[in-house]
Design a protein around this ligand. Sequence first.
Ligand SMILES: Cc1cc2nc3c(=O)[nH]c(=O)nc-3n(C[C@H](O)[C@H](O)[C@H](O)COP(=O)(O)OP(=O)(O)OC[C@H]3O[C@@H](n4cnc5c(N)ncnc54)[C@H](O)[C@@H]3O)c2cc1C
Length: 284
Amino acid sequence: MIPAAFEYTRARSLADALKAAGTRGTKVIAGGQSLVPLLRFRLAQPSVVVDIGHLPQLQGIKRAKQGTVIGAATTYRDLLDSKLLHNTHPIIAETTAGIGDRQVRNRGTIGGGLAHADPASDMPAVVLALDAVLTLQSRRGKRSVPARKFFKGPFATAMKKDELLTEILLPFLPQGAGTAYESFEQAASGYALVGVAAVVAVSGGAVTHAAVGITGLADTPFFAASAAKLIGRTPNKEILRAAAAAAVEGVSANEDIHASAEYRLHLARVAVRKALTTAAGRAG
Ligand SMILES: Cc1cc2nc3c(=O)[nH]c(=O)nc-3n(C[C@H](O)[C@H](O)[C@H](O)COP(=O)(O)OP(=O)(O)OC[C@H]3O[C@@H](n4cnc5c(N)ncnc54)[C@H](O)[C@@H]3O)c2cc1C
């Protein structure tokens, strides 16, 4: 379909972008990989679209005191190319390589993907497992929101109408931690039927840290708190299998043309077990 008519402008500064975020009938666009399809289906009909994708204040990957900071409008391509991220958080490249196709990765941004909060997108699982902190900014000021409090439902987040996501802080991994991302993808788009990010640290043969984020399974990506019960245990086959079952227990799974709820739950148990096993194998 052809989108309804709208005016297109480019923000000249972050102040411009924040003004746009707070204006009724205006939508910001970064890479356009989710917004353009919405415009074409007329599921979104803003009267003004303001481009924020090129703003230098929203781009780049840098080392900070507490971890690695990624500007919200940093493209997936830039994440893949970042030596810093390869060193501090290799799970980012591991996950990003499976997002969409080359065109999507060249244009799409990490912040656009998180703000859009598609329950089948990959990166939410990763920011949940890493305990990332998101900076939300409006003309009223800035605030920090843990990723674990950011996703509120399908396409719904903790962002207020006048806020932009400006930065994502990935705290340094615990000493000796291994990470892994495992997903079962919808073949045409690459979106996750189920995607699981795991962080596991092991010392003296016992788990000292375990965190799991799950996407695609339920209507909201979620942090599986039960993984923390692995702490103090030996990460052997049986224990990791039991941890995988516990991580999805009681979850009301999505059902759609791509997979039944029962099948998604099965995939989730397999993906959690594989992600934990790989992360534990990389730990140390
Ligand atoms: C063919 C195809 C395949 C795909 N496959 C996958 C896949 O395998 N896995 C996956 O995870 N994703 C996939 N995607 C989705 C893609 O990752 C997202 O579309 C992309 O990350 C969104 O970022 P963007 O910069 O393009 O956002 P845009 O489309 O520009 O914006 C998306 C939404 O976020 C808002 N927004 C953008 N930036 C900000 C900001 N900084 N602050 C606040 N709001 C903001 C916009 O107003 C809009 O509502 C696919 C998309 C396509 C088209």
